[in-house]
Ligand binder design. Structure first.
Ligand code: NAP
Length: 256
């Protein structure tokens, strides 16, 4: 009996949004290490190019595409870039997201609500439509959307963020049911507190948030970005072939 060692994602072309830092950048490194050709999307072109260089220097395949997820046409063009580069798309990690000014809902500004809708919800809808068009051509694929533990219960601290992430969970489940028969699996992940700039920003706006996240976790710590990316990698892989429409916590048990 011979054993062939292959990466979890060998041969797959995967689009990753929010890849300039945090969870998305960790996913770029990990997916490439697992054999995927990654197409890295975000606004910060310099950060993306640095990551492309790092991945290529390590022997991986990576390209960058600059996009502002508030721009619908730009999103479609960014996803199509993956098709232009590789002739197909096998996976998508719709991971980019923004925080809001913390506070109860009666202090949340219209500007914050509009931005939350555009970037944390509508952008993923638009991206998924472009992604599934490419995946259908290739006979199937898998999509993972990054939601949040903040979508699961009342979220008085981040009400617009929580509402849009919960809406994303619903879209993820609906898409899973619609697209399953076409060979496209759609799943979501709900990270808990994860050690990225987003948490640093929230902690700066409302000091004590990081300590509270650590204290609330049975693991007594936040997640490292790569620990979240690992779950997305598995969901995008053929090893998760029967997982569809799941919203999987990656929170160390905080939500249990
Ligand atoms: N960190 C946590 O504790 C935590 C917990 C639960 C869920 N999440 C979710 O995890 C995902 C990743 O967050 P993170 O923690 O890695 O945060 P992060 O370090 O702040 O990274 C956010 C990423 O999204 C990109 N992005 C933001 N706005 C964008 C826009 N308008 N257009 C294109 N890209 C945009 C950023 O890139 P550019 O600035 O270069 O555009 C960056 O790459 C988000 O969906 C977040 O809601 C995080």
């Amino acid at each position: 009996m011979t054993h062939t060692t292959t990466g979890l994602l060998t041969g797959k072309v995967i689009f990753i949004s929010g890849a300039s830092r945090g969870i998305g950048a960790a996913a770029g490194r990990l997916f490439a290490r697992e054999g995927a050709s990654v197409v890295l999307a975000a606004r910060n072109t310099n950060a993306l190019q640095h990551l492309v260089t790092e991945i290529r220097d390590a022997g991986g395949v990576a390209d960058a595409v600059t996009v502002d997820l508030a721009d619908r046409a730009g999103i479609t063009a960014a996803v199509h870039r993956a098709g232009d580069l590789h002739g197909r798309l096998d996976g998508a990690f719709n991971n980019a997201g923004i925080g809001q000014q913390p506070g109860p809902f009666d202090t949340t500004s219209d500007t914050d609500i509009d931005a939350q809708f555009a970037v944390n919800f509508r952008a993923h809808w638009t991206a998924m439509n472009a992604e599934i068009a490419l995946m259908r051509n290739g006979g199937g694929g898998a999509i993972v959307n990054t939601s949040s533990i903040g979508s699961r219960r009342a979220n008085p601290f981040l009400p617009a963020y929580g509402a849009m992430k919960r809406a994303l969970n619903s879209l993820t489940e609906s898409a899973a049911v619609t697209l399953g028969p076409q060979g496209i699996r759609v799943n979501g992940i709900t990270p808990g507190g994860t050690s990225t700039e987003m948490m640093l920003e929230w902690d700066a706006a409302a000091p004590g948030i990081i300590a509270a996240a650590e204290a609330a976790s049975p693991m007594n710590r936040m997640a490292e970005p790569v620990e979240v990316a690992e779950v997305a990698a598995w969901l995008l892989s053929d090893r998760a072939s029967m997982v569809n429409g799941a919203i999987i916590p990656v929170d160390g048990g905080t939500g249990a």
